[in-house]
Design a protein. Structure first.
Ligand code: ADP
Ligand code: MG
Length: 252
C-alpha cells in the first residue's frame, strides 16, 4: 500500500517559496491501477518523484508498505526502490547502443541475476517483442521502444510501477496500446500502477483518476462509467483480446 499524507513540496527561489504540491492525501491499495491527470505544471512529475522515493517532501510523508520514506537514508531508499519500484518515462530512456534484449538485461545483470538473458527474453516476449530482441532502439517504432522500456521496468518484478506520461511521445492509437499493456500487466501480475497522463481517454482505462491542479488534489474518483466504453485498439493489436500470454510470471 502506498500512502501520501499531507504531502507538501516547496521550492525556494531567493527569498520566496513556491509550493508545487500542497497537502496531498490519498491511499493507493495494492494491485490498484490509478491515473493522475492535470495540466502541465500542476505537479504530477513532482508527485511521482515523491511517491517513488526519488525525492523527499518539504513536509508530510509517503509511506510505502508502512515505511515512512522520509525516515530512511538515501541508501535505504535506493534499496527499497530496487526491490519494489519500476519506472517508465515519456522519453523511453533506452540505451541507444544496446539491443532491446540488452536494454532489458542491464538491470538484471546489475542485480547479479544468473538467468538474465533468458529472463530478459521472457520479458520481451511478454510485451509482444520476442521477435525484436536484437533490434537497436533506432530500429524500433516509438511504441515498440516503450514496450522495451516497460519490459525493463518489470525486470525487478516491481510491486509498484510509476509511469510518467508514457504515451506522451506516441500517436493516440499507439498510446492506447501502451496503456492497454499496462492494464494487462496490472491485472495479470498484480503490480500496482500509478500512471500520469494528459489524456483523459487513456486515464479512463485506470480504475481511478486523481486530478491535480496547482499542486492540489481537486478530485479523486473511480472511473466506473468509462469501463464499458469500447476499446480504441485495432483488431490486430498485440495486446487486444486474450493476449499477451499470462503475465503472471512477471511478478515472480
Ligand atoms: P507537471 O509534471 O504536472 O507538468 P511538475 O511536477 O514537473 O509538473 O512541476 C510543477 C511545478 O514545479 C512547475 O511550476 C515547475 O516549474 C516547478 N518545479 C519542478 N521542479 C522544480 C525544481 N527542481 N525547482 C524549482 N521548481 C520546480
Ligand atoms: Mg511532468
Amino acid at each position: 500500500m502506498l500512502e501520501a499524507r499531507q504531502l507538501t513540496k516547496e521550492y525556494r527561489s531567493g527569498d520566496s517559496r513556491l509550493a508545487v504540491l500542497r497537502d496531498v492525501n490519498f491511499t493507493v491499495p495494492d494491485g490498484a491501477f490509478v491515473a493522475i491527470v492535470g495540466p502541465s505544471g500542476s505537479g504530477k512529475t513532482t508527485l511521482l518523484g515523491l511517491l517513488a522515493g526519488l525525492d523527499l517532501p518539504t513536509s508530510g510523508s509517503v509511506h510505502m508498505d508502512g515505511t515512512d520514506l522520509s525516515a530512511l537514508s538515501e541508501d535505504r531508499r535506493a534499496q527499497l526502490r530496487g526491490a519494489k519500484v519500476g519506472f517508465v518515462f515519456q522519453s523511453f530512456q533506452l540505451i541507444p547502443t544496446l539491443t532491446a534484449l540488452e536494454n532489458v538485461q542491464v538491470p538484471l545483470e546489475l542485480r547479479g541475476d544468473d538467468g538474465a538473458p533468458a529472463r530478459a527474453r521472457e520479458l520481451l516476449t511478454r510485451v509482444g517483442l520476442g521477435d525484436r530482441a536484437h533490434h537497436f532502439p533506432n530500429q524500433l517504432s516509438g511504441g515498440e521502444q516503450q514496450r522495451v522500456a516497460i519490459a525493463r521496468a518489470f525486470s525487478n518484478a516491481p510491486r509498484l510501477l510509476f509511469a510518467d506520461e508514457p504515451t506522451g511521445n506516441l500517436d493516440s492509437d499507439t498510446g492506447a496500446h501502451i496503456v492497454e499493456l499496462l492494464e494487462t500487466l496490472n491485472r495479470e501480475s498484480g503490480t500496482t500502477i500509478v500512471l500520469v497522463t494528459h489524456d483523459l481517454g487513456l486515464a479512463g482505462r485506470a480504475q481511478r483518476i486523481i486530478r491535480l491542479a496547482d499542486g492540489v488534489v481537486v478530485s479523486d474518483a473511480p472511473t466506473t462509467a468509462v469501463s464499458d466504453a469500447p476499446t480504441t485498439a485495432a483488431s490486430d493489436a498485440p495486446t487486444s483480446g486474450g493476449t499477451p500470454p499470462a503475465v503472471v510470471a512477471l511478478a515472480r
